[in-house]
Write a new protein. Structure first.
Lengths: 205, 217, 254
């Protein structure tokens, strides 16, 4: 075995890897926060909205959950600019993650709202709150609390998807560049990072 | 639109091939992952502290790692110990292990949720542990994890799009090649998304049908 | 007459507390023994030890002369391997408080499982036997129903049939009516009475004092993990000697 592990390469590139990690974390956080807002709104729409809104949400969730996030990201990065919709790389990816996360989080919040006993809403009405008031001061806080365990799990798996950002910043081509800015390459293992930096791979297509 | 249809016509073979590779690689990974996942699940549930430890480590590492990193690692890392797997091999291994880790963890949860009273009742009529597992515990556990398994299958199909990163000629890579030649970015990414959507909806429908057939009335 | 079951000096400690402190008991063919006592007196633990669902610390249980659960190996008691335990368990039947029917199988399939996999019967033969037993407990028309479609009393009767179909040497019943709604209790008690009249050897842990008095050939009172008094029902209920038994009977209706 003639392979010598050289973690020195990783240490030398640590600054790069770390700044990549920071970018990944920032995009992830932004995407998840906005995604949560989308999820909450969609959940409310699905439960309290009319037939039209319900169908809309179901289509949104059904579409996003069945299409790979990479396809969505590539669409946002390369197809939309053709029609003039162009933002910075990080903004675009954060937006894609937000829309992607929103579909999953809609389900979490839907379940969280549905477990609230009917009596709670009746109590809200009996003290004179209107629909909006009940939604804001009763349903929302309780739903968020109910959703926390499921949110935790969702956040972890969605955060892993920020690694997709690495693949989507390159132009559509059969080969991939050998240097990745992905945060998760650093957090997962240095061997892979090392493999990229010092061991130029030959792709067999 | 006309240009799209023209290009679509000439690219249809390539896209079909890409779609089929996506379907077959996903199916193989789901099948092998299910079998391996049952092994993982049983080891995690009944292995005792010592025997279940290696499985625990594998499952936790795999579940905590993004699929893309798993795929890249499976493709690039073995060169350190002397062999280079081909892209499809590496992709299959990565997706299989990814599927197995999820199935194993879910199966462990389902088995542990079955009340111990079921095991008592099986023991009381003289069934051995192996028989109890086969005829009493696993039938209940598998019905329990079926919906989750369908979700995992859909995730595998989506993850197969990442195999484009190591050069597997599946649907996404093929789409990108077509776009590279025709510059009809919007149209073909939309078509690509639609094809994934249809494939996954089909899986969901199949799962729903199976669940109805085997449901306990 | 040689006893079917002999229990000598059975002891079991759970952590810091002694659950069974030297239980002695003999069970003869056609005995219907009711075991009564307060919660925590060790009644259920005793049954579970007999059926080898729990391990015990010292003492001996013999079924038709064969030592259950353990063997002497080089002077030390070793727990028998799983296969041996399964074989021994097949010779006893147990009915549980929460029925424990297999939810994914129909009533008939619940009974057939043991017949096919433990006693090696062919499917057709097993089905015939299972249907016969369901008929005996009055549930012939429910044979293709799943437990979720049966009432508690019906589920418990299927559970009784499941235990009996294995033709065990004796049947252990652990508070089999305690989880039932009151109006469903009678059907189960009637079934058990039918078994008693047919000569089935049974050990019944129960809180149904009137039933115990009517059906048993012997009543055993347990307290603090040991047998304090035993005898014919009329003596135990009519003329209790041990103080604890008197206190116990004063607190429950009989």
């Amino acid at each position: 075995m003639g392979y010598v592990l050289d973690f020195g390469a990783v240490l030398r590139g640590l600054d790069n890897l770390m700044s990549g990690l920071a970018v990944g974390l920032a995009m992830g956080a932004a995407g998840l926060i906005v995604g949560s807002v989308i999820g909450i709104m969609a959940a409310f729409a699905a439960i309290f909205g009319g037939k039209f809104l319900q169908t809309l949400v179901r289509l949104y969730v059904g579409f996003i959950r069945n299409v790979p996030i990479l396809v969505l990201a590539l669409f946002a990065f390369f197809a939309l600019p053709q029609y003039g919709i162009r933002f910075s790389n990080t903004t675009t990816f954060a937006a894609v993650l937000a829309i992607y996360a929103g579909a999953y989080l809609t389900e979490s919040f839907r379940a969280a709202i549905l477990v609230i006993p009917k009596g709670i809403f009746e109590a809200g009405r009996s003290i004179g709150l209107t629909g909006t008031g009940i939604a804001l001061w009763i349903t929302l806080p309780i739903a968020v609390r109910n959703a926390l365990p499921s949110l935790g799990n969702n956040f972890i798996s969605l955060f892993k998807d920020t690694s997709i950002a690495a693949s989507s910043t390159s132009p559509p081509a059969p080969c991939w560049p050998s240097r990745y800015a992905s945060s998760n390459v650093a957090s997962r293992n240095s061997e892979a990072a090392h493999g990229e930096i010092s061991h130029r791979p030959r792709l067999r297509v | 639109m006309e240009k799209f249809l023209t290009v679509l016509d000439s690219a249809s073979d390539a896209l079909t091939s890409g779609f089929l590779i996506t379907a077959f690689v996903s199916a193989a990974a789901v099948l092998c992952g299910a079998i391996l996942g049952v092994v993982f699940g049983l080891a995690l549930t009944y292995g005792g502290r010592l025997a279940s430890l290696p499985f625990r480590i594998v499952v936790d590492v795999v579940r905590g790692t993004p699929v893309l990193v798993l795929i890249l690692a499976t493709y690039y890392m073995p060169s350190g110990i002397g062999f280079s797997p081909g892209p499809i091999t590496a992709g299959l291994v990565a997706l299989t292990v990814f599927c197995a880790a999820h199935v194993g963890e879910t199966l462990r949860g389902a088995l542990r949720a079955i009340p111990s009273a079921q095991t008592d009742a099986a023991s009381a009529i003289g069934l051995t542990f192996g028989q109890t597992l086969s005829y009493v515990l696993m039938p209940q556990a598998i019905r329990q994890i079926a919906p989750n398994f369908v979700n995992t299958a859909v995730e595998i199909v989506k993850a197969s799009s990442l195999l484009s990163a190591i050069g597997v000629g599946e649907l996404l890579l093929t789409t990108q090649e077509v776009i590279g030649r025709s510059y009809l970015t919007m149209e073909f990414y939309a078509l690509c998304g639609l094809l994934y959507l249809l494939l996954n909806l089909g899986i969901g429908a199949g799962g729903w049908w199976l669940e109805r057939r085997f449901r306990i009335q | 007459m040689t006893p079917i079951l002999t229990i000598k000096n059975l002891t079991k400690t759970f952590g810091a507390s002694a659950v069974l402190r030297g239980v002695d008991l003999e069970v003869f063919p056609r005995d219907v023994i009711s075991i009564i006592g307060a919660s925590g007196s060790g009644k259920t633990t005793l049954l579970r030890c007999i059926d080898l669902l729990e391990e015990f610390d010292s003492g001996e249980i013999r079924l038709d002369g064969e030592i259950l659960g353990y063997r002497d190996k080089g002077g030390r008691h070793r727990r028998l391997p799983g296969r041996e335990l399964a074989r021994q368990r097949a010779r006893m039947g147990m009915v549980f408080q929460s029925y424990n029917l297999f939810p994914h199988l129909t009533a008939a399939q619940n009974i057939m499982l043991g017949l096919r996999k433990v006693r090696g019967m062919a499917t057709a033969e097993a089905r015939a036997v299972a249907e016969g037993w369901l008929d005996r407990v009055g549930l012939a028309d429910r044979r293709d129903h799943h437990p979720s479609a049966l009432s508690g009393g019906q589920q418990q009767r299927v559970a009784i049939a499941r235990a009996l179909a294995m033709e065990p040497r004796l049947v252990l019943l652990d508070e089999v009516t305690s989880a039932l709604d009151p109006e469903l209790v009678q059907e189960v008690l009637l079934t058990i009475r039918g078994l008693a009249e047919a000569g089935t050897t049974m050990l019944i842990v129960t809180h149904e004092m009137r039933f115990a008095r009517q059906v048993s050939t012997r009543v055993v009172f347990m307290d603090g993990g040991a047998v304090r008094e035993q005898g014919p029902p009329n003596e135990i209920f009519g003329n209790p000697k041990a103080q604890r038994l008197r206190d116990f009977l004063a607190n429950v209706s009989h």
